[in-house]
Design a protein around this ligand. Structure first.
Ligand SMILES: [Zn+2]
Length: 315
């Protein structure tokens, strides 16, 4: 059932407006790799070695549910890759792209929103995510930022509470709100029948966890999110992170333990009156560095800095 193939370019599609980020990335070289996860559920992953922010794969991963009722997508990638993503979706199914759900606000997951909305997709996301986009659109540097394009704002929003359910293609899609974890507006997306769960970025196995406190993320929410996700998955569920490799539910256990242990050490050092520089110098992630793939130095500094700021009680 599992098949993977390479999609080269979106030759059939006219170029779309992309918006200019200061990305040192050659979008032309990116290939979108499609992998089937279930009878009608797929994931699209950018090729590796091109995105300086994510060496393992360019941009954020996309989910696709395809069938006679049309297409539902999870996340929209960088705007510069819309043509290639749309071509990859078309290779799966030529039906209308009806719904787009965002796991969280980061531009490697949402910058293509406006492009897909203009193709007819209705965007679903957390209220907090929409508020973040509205805020961005009012920032002085908003022009040219595709995340700040009102055409890409979510149309249907929801807060914390029971999952929003979308019934299509003989599948039930649960949009499961996660309390402030990676960002303040995270959603897990579960395809019940296929038993596939897209978990955005609050878990990652490429580099250390990223708690984006500037966008509302929190350590407490991340631990709660891990617990909630473990409850909404069984041992066979395929968990699909926004970056990195596919995991199973029990992979969360050492990950959660690592977060709790590192946070505990940071808390202890704060208790001893240590400064951020001293805490960073203490290399509290050292026991985990060898086991953590990808850019550990930079992401360890980011992770420990976030923990310090949150545990110290202020940004
Ligand atoms: Zn992210």
């Amino acid at each position: 059932m599992k098949r993977a193939w390479l999609l080269l370019t979106g030759l059939a599609l006219a170029p779309l407006a992309t918006g200019g980020f200061a990305q040192t990335m050659d979008f032309d070289k990116v290939e979108i790799i499609t992998e089937q996860l279930g009878p009608n559920v797929y994931m699209l992953t950018g090729s590796s070695g091109l995105d300086p922010s994510h060496e393992d794969a360019a941009g954020g991963r996309i989910g696709v549910l395809a069938g006679p009722d049309g297409i539902l997508m999870v996340d929209s990638q960088y705007a510069q890759l819309t043509n290639k993503v749309a071509a990859a979706v078309r290779r799966i199914n030529a039906g209308p792209i009806r719904y787009l759900v965002n796991t969280h606000i980061h531009r490697d997951h949402t910058a293509g929103n406006a492009n897909f909305a203009k193709m007819g997709a209705i965007i679903f996301a957390r209220e907090e995510l929409r508020e973040g986009m509205v805020r961005l659109s009012k920032a002085p540097n908003a022009a040219g930022n595709p995340v700040a394009d009102p055409a890409g704002f979510p149309v249907v929003t929801y807060g914390m509470g029971p999952p929003v359910k979308i019934h299509m293609n003989d599948e039930v899609v649960d949009l499961i709100p996660i309390r402030a974890a990676h960002t303040g507006g995270d959603t897990n997306i579960k395809f019940e029948k296929a038993n596939v769960l897209f978990i955005g970025d609050f878990y990652r196995n490429y580099g250390y966890p990223f708690i984006d406190i500037n966008n509302g993320g929190s350590l407490k929410g991340m631990l709660e999110g891990l617990d909630l996700t473990m409850k909404s998955a069984d041992t066979n569920t395929k968990l699909i992170p926004g970056h990195g490799t596919i995991i199973k539910r029990d992979d969360f256990i050492p990950y959660r333990d690592m977060i709790v242990a590192v946070a505990g050490k940071v808390q202890q050092l704060i208790g001893q009156g240590k400064s951020l520089q001293e805490v960073l110098a203490a290399k509290v992630t050292a026991p985990y560095d060898a086991k953590t793939a990808g850019g550990t130095d930079e992401s360890a500094v980011r992770f420990v800095t976030e923990l310090y700021q949150e545990l110290k009680g202020g940004k």
